[in-house]
Structures are given as C-alpha cells and as structure tokens.
Design a protein around this ligand. Sequence first.
Ligand code: FAD
Length: 345
Amino acid sequence: MTDQTTPKNPPIETDVVIVGAGPVGLFAIFELGMLKIRAHVVDSLEEVGGQCTALYPEKPIFDIPAHPRIEGAVLIEKLEAQAAPFKPVYHVNQQVTELVVRPDGGFDLTTSKGTQFRCKAVIIAAGGGAFGPNRPPLDHLADYEGKSVFYMVKRREDFRDKRIVIAGGGDSAVDWAVSLPEVAQKVYVVHRRDKFRAAPDMVDRMQAWVDQGKLELVTPYQLSGLVGENGILSGVTVKDFDGGERTLDADILLPFFGLAAKLGPIADWGFAVEKNTILVDRTSCETAIPGLFAIGDVALYPGKLKLILQGFADAAAAAHKIHGIVYPDEPLHFEYSTTQGVPGN
Ligand code: FAD
C-alpha cells in the first residue's frame, strides 16, 4: 500500500473523502465509483481493512452473502480489488482530526499528518473509532515501527526464518505464539507474569512448541530496550523484576498490548453522537449536516445491525444521495451493474 500523502501541497480537491478504510469504507469507493464519483480514503492504521485486518485477519466470516466462508483478510483483499477500477487514493497512517463545513456547503478536512482535503461530501466510515496500538514505552520505538516492530500480523509468510519476540500475555500474543513457530527460525514470548490470559488449549499448544525447542517463554520479564540501527532490529532487551537484564537476538518485535479504538475528534465535530455512534437518516445515511454521511458500525438508525452486510447497504444508500450533491444538474438514472459494467471489464 502506497501512502500517497502530500502534506505540504495545497488541499487535495476531490468529490468525496471517506474517513475509515474498513470493509464498509472500501465498499463505499465502489458504490461511489459506479456513480462516477471520485474518492480519497483516510485511515489511522498502516493497512486498510479496519476490524477485519486489525482484529481477525485469519478468522473465517460466515455471513457475507455468496461467501459461505471467507477469512477477514481475504474479504479485504477482494474489496480492494473491487474498488481498484475506480482508482481510489489511500492516505494511511493518519487520523482525520479536523472537519470544517465551508459556507458553500462543501468540507475541508485535515489529518494528523497535515494532509488537507477540499471536497463536496464526506462519508464517515469510522467503525468503533480510529484504531491505534497500545505502544510499549521504549526509546526510539518510532524508528523501528513498520520495519522491525509491528502491531499486527497481516501475512505470516513475511516472518519466515526470522527471530521473533512476541510481547504480551493475552489472546493475540498466544495465538501468534502458536502459529509463528511454523515459519519462524525462533520465537520468544516475553510476558510480565508466568500465567497467560488466553484460552487454555492455546496455552497448551504454545507449551508444545516450548517442548520442541522452537519457542522460549521469557517470564516474568518486560521489554526494556531495542538494539539495532536504522530501524533494523538485532536484539530486544528485557528486564526481570529483580533488576536482571537479558538481550534476546531478534529481527522482529511484535508487541501485543491491545488496540485502543477511540471515536476521538469525530465526537467533537458537532453532530448527534450517541454511545460512540452517529445518528443518521436511515434512507440515505446522511447526518443532520447536509453532505456529511455516516455508514457502517459508526452509523445509528432504528433497526441498525452492526454487521458488514448492513454496512455495505449503507454505502449504497449514501452514494446514491451523494450523486445529487456532486452532480446537482444531472438526474440519477438507476442502473444495474450488469447493465453498466465497471471500467476495464
Ligand atoms: P471498521 O472495520 O471498524 O473500520 C473503521 C476504520 O476507520 C478503522 O480502520 C479505523 O482505524 C478508521 N478510523 C476511525 N476514525 C478515523 C479517523 N478519524 N481518521 C482515520 N481513520 C479513522 N461482522 C459480520 O458481519 N460478521 C462477522 O462474522 C463478524 N465477526 C467479527 C469478529 C470479530 C472478532 C470482530 C471484532 C468483529 C466482527 N464483526 C463481524 C464486525 C465487523 O468487523 C464490523 O461490523 C465491521 O468491521 C465494520 O466495518 P466498518 O468499515 O464500519 O468499521
């Protein structure tokens, strides 16, 4: 994924900015594209996919229509492919922090990296809020992030033959401690307690790797430092609670201390927010501010289900209403995709 951010340039002008690249934000690109509406998409995470990528990439989903079973990460790959003909521009690793309604009814948005947009309509597809990892307090951590330190595993294969330190004691730490020894050269699990807060059968399977010498439990220890140069790790230092210190030879650090999701600045943008959701008109997903839409998990209306399939329908409803904003002089002729086709097909 290329980050096509141009922070020092003048505002990027586009039809629609989509805040959030979860499954619903990604499908909104397609629905807008079918109506010849251009979109830029912003996400606070380094990868698109929202909860599917961040929380359950390898778990199968069973209630996506026409997919009896599809893993979270595979669903996201397919949604990206479906959106690709409409040439969306992604701006990852940055949070939308400011939204201003202009006198002409359009919007100006600014992100935490200083990217600015000027657009005719905004779709908020922010799910439960901007995700961010809980980071360990280590010196120079930012230099290693995205090169040797990762807060999520997208493809296990990226870690083949690597020496990996997993830090944490919950489900994510233990799930990956069970999975990664199949591809890694060596795995360490650093945890501040001897006991793990994970499903007992998974803890047993982790112990089986210990017995085979592929995994070492480093407990009770906590992370204390990073060793390396130019963002490339060669070791991770850990401390016990009696002042003892060890350096673990490692290429990769995976801190799994949970993700925090916060609606954050969106909650201050001045529309009706109830329990971290935004009240919208059910027929179009428009908020009380004309031109500002909310879809997916973040949207609330009577009968709303927080399901991906309902978010997809939200995206279609919003896109059809936005057509009248982007093309006020053109009546919308409803067409099936079978009749219309998509670019390149
Ligand atoms: P999200 O997936 O939450 O994505 C929102 C994105 O917006 C995030 O990436 C976030 O970082 C970004 N964002 C938020 N605020 C900002 C901001 N200010 N600036 C930039 N970016 C921002 N649903 C089903 O239908 N079927 C299932 O079987 C199912 N299983 C699930 C299993 C688990 C373990 C979990 C946790 C959820 C499951 N869900 C399931 C729910 C499903 O994942 C959600 O309904 C879906 O992800 C909502 O999509 P979304 O695009 O609305 O939001």
